[in-house]
Design a protein around this ligand. Structure first.
Ligand SMILES: [Zn+2]
Length: 192
């Protein structure tokens, strides 16, 4: 099982509702079935459904190690990750950019699978996702379905009371009454 030493960094990117976590879990599970040692990390900021599991919108579950989205968290991923054949990290956009170098290093001798948002609600790149994409051997770009027209959506619109959230609102919101929609390029409204 451990004879073959794979070395690859795969990153799954896209807007919300594109199935990124589902795709990450699907890929990890294939390795687990083959008897390979796998670990899934996720940032503690994301408390959807279950704080100790990676949550997917379709209800799939997978055991996960929750780490803070800080330099300490990135360090923990690097230290723990070396003990596994397969290292997965969900919601990478929440981690500091140093995550990119740690994942790039772990990928020497391991399968590393990362997933995260491409763009924030302003339509601007998340730096960590962009950096991981640059190092990746393979980029899997997933789309959602545009809430307005039904075409493939690549962007995430944040709405407050039905209108686009103002540009100066915080980049990352935990909880709160805001809602999100996947939008295509044509229907994404640049926040004012
Ligand atoms: Zn559209």
């Amino acid at each position: 099982m451990r004879g073959l030493c794979l070395s690859v960094l795969i990153v799954i990117v896209g807007p919300m509702f594109a199935g990124k976590t589902t795709e990450l879990i699907r890929r990890v599970e294939r390795h687990v079935i083959a008897g390979r040692r796998a670990v899934v990390f996720k940032p503690s900021i994301d408390s959807r459904y279950d704080a100790s599991k990676v949550a997917a919108h379709n209800g799939l579950r997978f055991g996960a190690v929750v780490v803070p989205p800080s330099e300490e968290g990135v360090e923990a991923i690097g230290k723990m990750g070396v003990e596994y054949d397969v290292v997965a990290v969900d919601e990478i956009q929440f981690f500091p950019v140093q995550l990119a170098e740690v994942l790039n290093s772990l990928a020497n001798g391991r399968v590393v699978i990362a997933a995260g948002l491409n763009l924030d609600f302003r339509g601007e790149p998340f730096e960590t996702t962009a950096r991981v994409m640059a190092y990746a051997d393979r980029v899997i770009s997933l789309t959602a379905v545009c809430k307005v027209c039904g075409r493939p959506a690549t962007r995430t619109q944040r709405l407050v009371n039905g209108v686009p959230a103002p540009r100066d609102s915080p980049r990352i919101l935990v909880g709160g009454g805001d809602s999100y929609e996947a939008r295509c390029r044509r229907h994404f409204v640049n926040p004012l």
